[in-house]
Design a protein around this ligand. Sequence first.
Ligand code: ZN
Length: 502
Amino acid sequence: MTFRRRLLRLWVLLILVPSLLTLQAQDDEPPPGLTIHVVQRGETLFRIAQHYGLTVDELAQLNSLLDANSIQVGQRLLVPAQPTAIGETHTVQPGETLRSIAELYGVTVDDLARWNSITNVDSIYAGQVIVVTLVEFVEDANVPSPTPTDLPTSAPTAAPSTAVASAEDVGGEVVYSTVIHTVARGETLYRIAQQYGVTVNAIMRANQITNPDTIYVGQQLAIPGVGEPQLATTLPVPLTGLEILPLILTEGQTGRIRITASTPVTISGTFLDRFLNIADEEGGLRKTALVGIPVGTTAGIYPLNLSVTGTDGVPVDVAINVQVISGGYGRESIRLLSGREDLLDEATEDAEMAILARVMSDFTPERYFDAAMGLPAAAPMSSRFGNTRSYNGGAFERIHAGTDFAGGPGTPILAPAPGWVVLADDLNIRGTATVIDHGWGVYTGYWHQSARYVSVGDYVATGQVIGAIGSSGRVTGAHLHWELWVGGVPVDPMQWVSVNFS
Ligand SMILES: [Zn+2]
């Protein structure tokens, strides 16, 4: 290709790219990360740019607009898919509705729906971050001031010199503050942002972070726009609280649903097509259900359905939308010690899984743990939970259901929490195995041991030596495989090292 032709091609590209963007704005599938905003009567480019956290220039450039004043009602504009509207935000708590939130902030349901592009008011979910006020910028002389028609019909009027809503702006009742998040091991800025429903950029701006990979364990991050919970729940009497920990659940992890009441209640419920095992405390005033989110659960919004019966004996249904996000698990290839290939036999696997499922799916109404768990061995972690595995070059079809610790043979294995030994056996795949029942449907398992120091029926205390690391069963070498089940579902045990689910 001659230089001239190459230059020509470059020019064609330069001309084509903006027009491609314009073309894409016409059909229904915007490019990844972008969505379409249809210009409404009274809107200006300034107003739309502000809503999506862009400057007028950025928005004009994104849409190849030559004249910022020429937009028309009904025109379709490409905008970032996650609106980062400027204004105070509210994280939806379990039991809140768009109506109750609107009342809390003194705005209308229509305002909230419009500011957050919500088309179905019943679609909001616990953990969703929604904009509850809009704030005007008037100091920037480079952009035209919004005309009165720009103002949302019932938006509170902000003080002209401030860029952030103060308590007075929304009726004097709301105390606005920023949540401080302490970075835990294994967390990324992306994951933290997802957890709070804010953008990575918003956290980076608020904490003056220039490189998102530089966060460290123990770092305290200000999460902008996330206030202390302002509850606007519509829970039926006699319920006084409904808490989900964490507020946004993750595939392969544990969640805790806790309900409090002013008079004793009985509760039944379902989540992810499973019946909840509900523990009872304080004479029926506090109910707790631990849920394991199976690996493979598709990210999305799922209903938590509860049936609550108080002293009047009349059951009341409560439905909460709960968000489940992806666990982001990876893949790994495993090569077994030679001579142990027959342990990949499916019948052997099924038979052993049946033994475990029988032991680890029971629900013990007592709880023996009262803190986050300790680590089961003083050894480095060699494989995380949740990866899809291929053995000896086979298909990626087995999920790694625990966390591996690469300790040398004979390294002590410690009970990470109190409980009763319910299995002490020699299995084909899992080798010398122990299972501890910690109550409330929580079990931990210890596979591939070289020695076991406990028997079925023993009660173990936190830190007690229960066995030694070995290489029995289906292994590539000596290590401890640590497994944790909740409600019959294997979940990531490492979450229990940082979170106290009691
Ligand atoms: Zn393992």
